[in-house]
Design a protein around this ligand. Structure first.
Ligand SMILES: [Zn+2]
Length: 550
């Protein structure tokens, strides 16, 4: 009898959760197959408004375009929500660089973000400086091998110098940099890769990683932090401290321009930012493709006087200190105060138009919600799309939004209790393979039936995480607050290998079939969640994991 009761109870629970609205799912599939807008959205966000650096007029124009587009699609309350970025906006307008002696050639490079312009055309001889370093860091023999990424240092890694070592080196080097094009560091040696990473994940591995009965299942394969090597030595500087002092050293000693090695193969370049976001604290700086950097180094090793010429024009936008998240809604018919959110970051780096990171994530989420609107479906709960800025500088836009609207598990605002969950896409063009949600096991249980409908698209389930650490992408800003953030795991395609943050992150690298599938899956999943009888199960107060120590 007891067994029977338990069985009945369990059946009742599962029956409530496994029912999916298959008829509407079919309509969502055909709407996307027949009337997709996703590649047009991608085109506008990349070709028309990219790159979308936080605080730049490009980003603001993209955000305003998204508000208008969502309004035209029939969303309500589409608007920009300002938050304080704290730094001016910056964009490179033009940049040209050449070797002018002993050979003549265009150089391929990107300008480092938030660095100053050259004063017109500047021509000067090169000098190469190599920073001091500490002893080699012993390899951890248990460390897992890297996952086919590119640019991750494969060779030995070294500790940073002590302050005394760095100061002595700067004293000995300062006379050499005045008025020079300064190459910082030896050219990286990037051997030919005989084992290119797979573009898709193996079905069986994906199945296992989302299998609730597999005790060894990973927490999905969303974005994670890099594995550290050993404990830092407090007598040594950090990489950030060394970077800041070297920039100050180049400014103080009158270097004409700084050249960094991109240290990637096939002409790939990743250009980020001057850490201080302050143009007075850096000289004009470029990140040069490894092939050009190596050529200059080899010519210098022949004893040649190598001369470079640069002309760089950057613009600064003080008004970019205030930047914006985009928010738009489909109001709920029965429980308008309960919110199902979906989003991704709209901002990008500037070496290309930021197609895979993350115009496409924004386009997938806009499209997923458009499917609900286009079919004139009436969700019971409110569906809210959010497109963040400031992700690339540290998840800043989503953190600001979560702090302002929800607070944290320990210090909640009223809306903390009424956010159902938040879905995020930010791993490039690859098709969605599963979902990883912050919460108890039951949180994945309620997502699985909806995802199960898309096994023909390669979607194989849901897993849970109990980590409140931030990193990787914006869903972790929700996890950190104790809210059910959902990270969607995707096929890698060329994300880590070619497009992530690189000068090749363009429209052409998107796989239309994959992103249409992604929009269909997310559209169906939010429809499912927005209409369930209960909100997505979350950790009780007692079971809530502690936030990581700051
Ligand atoms: Zn991203």
């Amino acid at each position: 009898m007891r067994k029977l009761c338990a069985g009945l109870f369990l059946c009742g629970f599962l029956a409530a959760q496994t029912t999916v609205d298959e008829r509407t799912f079919a309509r969502i599939r055909s709407e996307e197959a027949e009337h997709s807008q996703i590649m047009h959205t991608l085109h506008m966000l990349t070709d028309r408004y990219g790159p979308r650096l936080t605080g730049s007029p490009n980003h603001e124009a993209a955000a305003k375009w998204a508000v208008k587009q969502l309004t035209d699609w029939g969303f309500q309350n589409a608007h920009l929500e300002p938050w304080d970025f704290g730094h001016p906006g910056w964009l490179n307008e033009r940049a040209a660089g050449y070797i002018v002696s002993p050979v003549h050639e265009n150089l391929k490079f990107e300008v480092l973000g938030w660095t100053p312009s050259t004063k017109g055309t500047v021509t000067a001889s090169t000098v190469q400086i190599v920073l001091p370093r500490g002893p080699e860091i012993p390899r951890n023999p248990d460390a897992a091998p890297g996952r086919g990424g590119r640019g991750a240092p494969a060779g030995p890694q070294y500790q940073q110098p002590t302050q005394a070592e760095l100061t002595a080196w700067m004293d000995a080097t300062k006379a050499a940099v005045k008025g020079k094009m300064v190459l910082v560091g030896k050219a990286a040696v990037i051997p030919v890769n005989f084992e290119p990473p797979a573009l898709r994940r193996d079905d069986e591995q994906v199945r296992q990683s989302y299998d609730p009965n597999n005790p060894n299942a990973s927490r999905g394969f969303g974005r994670g932090g890099a594995a550290g090597r050993g404990t830092p030595d407090p007598s040594r500087l950090t990489a950030a401290q060394v970077g800041e002092q070297v920039d100050a050293f180049l400014v103080a000693n009158g270097a004409a321009l700084r050249v960094n090695d991109a240290a990637m193969d096939h002409g790939l370049i990743r250009a980020f930012n001057n850490r201080t976001f302050d143009e007075k604290k850096a000289v004009p700086t470029v990140v040069m493709r490894n092939e050009d950097y190596g050529r200059i180094e080899r010519l210098m090793a022949d004893g040649e006087d190598v001369k470079l010429e640069f002309n760089i024009v950057n613009h600064w936008y003080p008004e970019g200190k205030t930047t914006y998240n985009v928010v738009a809604e489909i109001p709920g018919s029965e429980k308008p105060n309960e919110i199902v959110m979906l989003g991704g970051h709209l901002d990008s780096w500037h070496a290309a138009t930021g197609a895979t990171d993350n115009a496409i994530g924004s386009a997938v989420m806009m499209e997923a919600a458009r499917l609900i609107r286009a079919l004139d479906l009436k969700p019971r709960r409110t569906i809210r799309v959010a497109l963040w800025s400031g992700e690339e500088e540290g998840l800043l836009g989503s953190k600001a939004y979560v702090a302002q609207h929800f607070g944290t598990a320990e210090n909640p605002k009223p809306e903390w209790a009424t956010l159902d969950c938040y879905f995020n896409v930010d791993s490039g063009t690859g098709r969605i393979r599963g979902a990883n949600i912050f919460g108890p096991a039951e949180a994945a249980t309620v997502l699985r039936p909806a995802l199960k409908q898309f096994e023909d698209f390669g979607v194989f389930g849901a897993s849970v995480t109990n980590s409140r650490a931030t990193g990787g992408t914006d869903s972790t800003s929700f996890n950190a607050a104790g809210l059910p953030g959902v990270g969607l795991g995707q096929d890698p395609i060329e994300y880590q290998s070619f497009t992530w943050h690189t000068n090749l992150d363009t429209y052409e690298r998107i796989v239309p079939e994959d992103v249409k599938r992604a929009a269909t899956v997310v559209g169906a999943a939010i429809w499912h969640v927005a209409n369930m009888d209960q909100m997505v199960p979350r950790f009780t107060k007692d079971a809530m994991p502690k936030p990581p120590a700051q």
